[in-house]
Design a protein around this ligand. Structure first.
Ligand code: DQA
Length: 147
């Protein structure tokens, strides 16, 4: 099964950006680890990042055609984007929302997530390993759906 893993704005700077909050791993490190895990789990991974809202929306539309699940860290768009929520609401597969930091421990404006209104599961505050937990959970759910 195809799984889209979508990353929102500023995550291209992972590892350099506020490492005390987001850690020292780069997005390339995260991609490498997720690819290795996806292979092990039998998932076909499309790993993508954009600073542009429309691009994330277009990838969700693309996922409608081919993907069984989306793992998404919408970054700041989490807290602002009705458009990404609307796009995810057109997607019929599983959606897992990931945040590297514990958004609930941070500023009030990070406590609200539009994407959580659609997500089947939410992972926050488990660092970049959160993406891997998300992929593992999807593999379990997809295996039980097809079996
Ligand atoms: C984030 C949390 C968001 O509030 C923030 O805007 C980000 C990253 C996280 O992964 O912890 O850019 O989604």
């Amino acid at each position: 099964p195809v799984v889209y893993l979508l990353n929102g704005p500023n995550l291209n700077l992972l590892g350099k950006r506020q490492p005390e909050i987001y850690g020292h791993e780069t997005l390339a490190d995260v991609e490498r680890d997720c690819r290795a895990l996806a292979t092990e789990l039998g998932l076909e991974l499309r790993f993508l990042q954009s600073n542009r809202e429309y691009e994330i929306i277009d990838w969700v539309h693309e996922a409608r055609e081919s993907a069984k699940a989306i793992v998404i860290n919408p970054a700041a768009f989490t807290h602002t984007s009705v458009a990404i929520l609307d796009a995810l609401n057109t997607f019929e597969g599983l959606v897992i929302e990931v945040h590297i930091s514990n958004v609930h421990k941070r500023e009030e404006f990070r406590h609200r997530s539009f994407v959580s209104l659609r997500a089947d599961g939410v992972i926050a505050g488990l660092g970049t390993e959160g993406y891997q937990f998300g992929l593992r959970r999807l593999a379990t759910l997809l295996a039980s759906a097809s079996g």
